[in-house]
Design a protein around this ligand. Structure first.
Ligand code: GLU
Length: 453
């Protein structure tokens, strides 16, 4: 049982686009703080003046806001220079750090930096995931902790800030394990309490290599927002990379994750980032949305897509509401709609299709008379069907299906589908008729008959 108030922090550096793997570290810090009624701090580590950019900080702030990982406190390291200087000065006064003359070996290198006076000792710390780790710090030498009094570096600032902010648990990626001994030496020098450490397993790509920013198949985190993933689904997916609560359940809301997360169950070995699994998790979350929410998301995408938002049908709400469930069945994230529009997959819903007459023939068997005869039968039938019946695809099916069974389903239904969609793949013709309505259906079948005449 933890009897001290838990304080966690996630400390990204705004030196590039925020990587999707970082979501997991943020999430675990958030979950652990929430389940212990603790405090979750977000700290922007912008000590690298050359590489840090405010755009990158804004990017992760936007990301966490979208994901719903609300921090309790936010700090920016560059606002804390005076605090860092105070400690640095004290360390120098006490002989824990010193100004070191350097011989520059490359252009632009300094001839003076501040180094830590390494006591060259063995450090043992207990990692909540990896167990006891012992490091002989002699190998680290007197490492640099500041360029000068105005530019303290990562190891120093991270230790000072964690201490000043009362951080009790440092939960971060395994790439930082090797930094921990340096940071403990600095802690001892400034007489800071040692937090508990939990170094998270690596996230691997399908080739079982550490996922990196350079991995083309894995876009930066903010792209997931743009592509229309459900934030809770992305959290759900990331949470299960390196941890799972056991049992069958794979779909979790954020509150379920807060309840079930168990830091002691995090695995040591790396987990594989599987994009197909994310698509599945996302779709499962989409299925939990109400029909109204789904429809609104889909219609919003239509209305914001320059490829179709000038089309007159974009104002026909009745039509759009009929189309929405068909679209929903074919997507696993909202952005798939833009992809479908981009490749013209939805064109035929919005515009009369263009196609070669040959496509109307079932199995490349050109029988214009027969094809025309079937289409004429359907046209007549539909013309004599009251408008109301078009609101039910089963009813439409019952009008045509017996005829199709008698005359060959392919021979009858194939040309009908092509007449409506101009494609060799589409939803079944009854669904298309239902979506398009009587007038549009009749006009498209009419066009097909004209092509055959
Ligand atoms: N700022 C460091 C980074 O972005 C993380 C520091 C830490 O978690 O201790 O890699």
């Amino acid at each position: 049982m933890i009897n001290k108030k838990v304080i966690t922090r996630f400390a990204p550096s705004p030196t590039g686009h925020f990587h999707v793997g970082g979501i997991r570290s943020a999430l675990y810090n958030f979950l652990f703080a929430r389940q212990n009624n603790g405090t979750y701090i977000l700290r922007s580590e912008d000590t690298d003046k050359e590489r840090s950019k405010i755009e990158y900080e804004n990017e992760f702030l936007e990301l966490f806001d979208w994901l719903g990982l609300k921090h309790d406190l936010f700090f920016r390291q560059s606002d804390r220079l005076e605090i860092h200087q105070k400690y640095l000065k004290k360390m120098m006064d006490e002989g824990y750090a010193y100004l070191s003359k350097e011989i520059p070996t490359e252009e632009g290198q300094r001839d003076e930096v501040i180094r830590f006076k390494n006591p060259n000792k063995k450090i043992t710390f207990t990692d909540l995931i990896l167990g006891d780790i012992t490091v002989d710090t002699t190998d680290l030498g007197d490492f640099v902790i500041a360029r000068d009094m105005n530019e303290p570096l990562y190891h120093l600032t991270v230790v000072i800030d964690d201490f000043e902010m009362g951080v009790t648990h440092v939960i971060r990626g395994q790439e930082h394990t090797s930094n921990t001994s340096r940071q403990i030496l600095i802690q001892e020098a400034i007489r800071a309490t040692r937090p508990l450490y939990a170094h998270l397993p690596l996230i691997l790509n399908k080739e079982r290599v550490k996922l990196s920013k350079r991995d083309e198949s894995v876009p930066s985190a903010i792209e997931y927002k743009k592509r229309g993933y459900i934030p809770e689904a992305l959290l759900n997916f990331m949470a299960l990379n390196g941890w799972n609560p056991g049992g069958e359940q794979e779909i979790f809301t954020l509150s379920e994750l807060i309840e079930k997360f168990d830091i002691s169950q995090i695995q040591k070995g790396g987990g594989v980032f599987n994009p197909e699994k994310l698509e599945w998790v996302n779709k499962e979350h989409m299925k939990h949305l109400s029909e109204d929410v789904r429809n609104k998301e889909i219609i919003d995408r239509f209305q914001n897509n320059p490829g179709i938002n000038q089309n007159i049908k974009i104002k026909d709400e009745k039509f759009l509401l009929k189309l929405c469930p068909v679209i929903f069945d074919h997507i696993s994230k909202w952005g798939d709609i833009d992809t479908m529009i981009g490749v013209g997959e939805l064109d035929y819903y919005f515009n009369a299709p263009q196609y070669e007459t040959n496509l109307l023939y079932w199995k490349a068997n050109p029988t214009p008379e027969e094809t025309k005869k079937h289409l004429e039968f359907i046209l007549d039938t539909l013309k004599n069907t009251p408008e109301d019946n078009f609101s039910n695809s089963e009813k439409i099916k019952s009008l045509i299906f017996d005829y199709a069974t008698k005359n060959g389903r392919g021979q009858v239904l194939w040309p009908l589908r092509v007449a409506l969609s101009g494609k060799d793949k589409s939803p079944d013709p009854f669904t298309l008729i239902y979506i398009m309505g009587k007038t549009e259906t009749i006009s498209r079948i009419d066009e097909a008959i004209k092509k055959l005449s």
